[in-house]
Design a protein around this ligand. Structure first.
Ligand code: UDP
Length: 241
């Protein structure tokens, strides 16, 4: 399906993009810039589910590397994603965009639990649904959470907004000759361990035929360009080109 004809997408933003130019945490001004991009996309009539990572605040693996219990550290990471979701909700609502946060770890005072049918209704009403806390289990990441929600919400694509403008055959920051793929298969991503998302997330998208669109969210207006089919991105699909 061409990007410009999609009806519903899941947009995954890594927690790092919420830092803006900071080294840690949330930069409210940059979150506002991101929210404006999301608002513009919403105004085209597109239904949007959002998943935001937590790496700007806490990653379970980092905690485990310093001697913490891995599962405990992962729960802390999940809580970080809820904080990011609330920050994004606040920015979107300041712009007049209706949103609901649904968390996979129940937190009645701050947001809704994940209820698919309710999320469906929110989307029908034009609200943006922000899914927090990944899949709600340790040893997973928000990439897997994004793939899971994209599948259960019948999204036409998973858009992965990161700091790079696509998938390369080697690290573009280290290798000046690195080549960006226009399209690449899930199989190649998995076999060559290309850095797109973690393997379980890629496999879930492959099994459910959900294209993954990798693009840079750091450049202003890029989300709209990608959605109109005029952007720079890599599309991960089952089709060989
Ligand atoms: N996490 C988890 N289960 C999930 C989703 C997230 O345990 O289903 C934890 C995990 O510790 C992870 C952290 O939350 O490191 C933050 O998420 P992630 O690393 O995916 O954030 P991103 O890299 O996208 O900013």
């Amino acid at each position: 399906m061409p990007l410009s004809t999609m009806k519903r997408v899941l947009l995954k933003l890594s927690g790092e993009v919420l830092m803006g130019d900071q080294q840690f945490g949330i930069d409210p001004a940059f979150v506002m810039e991101l929210a404006k991009e999301v608002k513009t996309a919403r105004e085209t009539g597109l239904e949007i589910c959002l998943v935001i990572g937590g790496g700007n605040i806490f990653r379970g693996m980092a905690g485990a590397a310093q001697g913490m219990d891995r599962a405990q550290a992962d729960y802390m990471g999940m809580l970080a994603t809820v904080m990011n979701a609330l920050a994004m909700q606040s920015a979107l609502e300041q712009l007049g965009v209706q949103t609901r946060v649904q968390s996979a770890v129940q937190m009645d005072q701050v947001c809704e639990p994940v209820i698919r049918r309710r999320a469906e209704r929110h989307l029908e009403k034009g609200r943006i649904v922000i899914f927090a806390a990944g899949v709600g289990a340790p040893y997973f990441t928000t990439d897997s959470g994004a793939a899971l929600r994209a599948a259960e919400m019948n999204c036409d694509a998973l858009l992965k907004g990161t700091s790079v403008d696509g998938v390369y055959d080697s690290d573009p920051k280290k290798n000046a000759d690195a080549k960006r793929f226009e399209t690449v298969t899930y199989g190649k991503v998995l076999a060559d361990d290309l850095k797109v998302m973690d393997a379980s997330a890629v496999a879930l998208c492959r099994d459910n035929n959900i294209p993954i669109v990798v693009f840079s969210i750091r450049e202003k207006g890029n989300l709209a360009r990608v959605l109109s089919g005029e952007g720079v991105q890599t599309i991960v699909t089952n089709e060989k080109k």
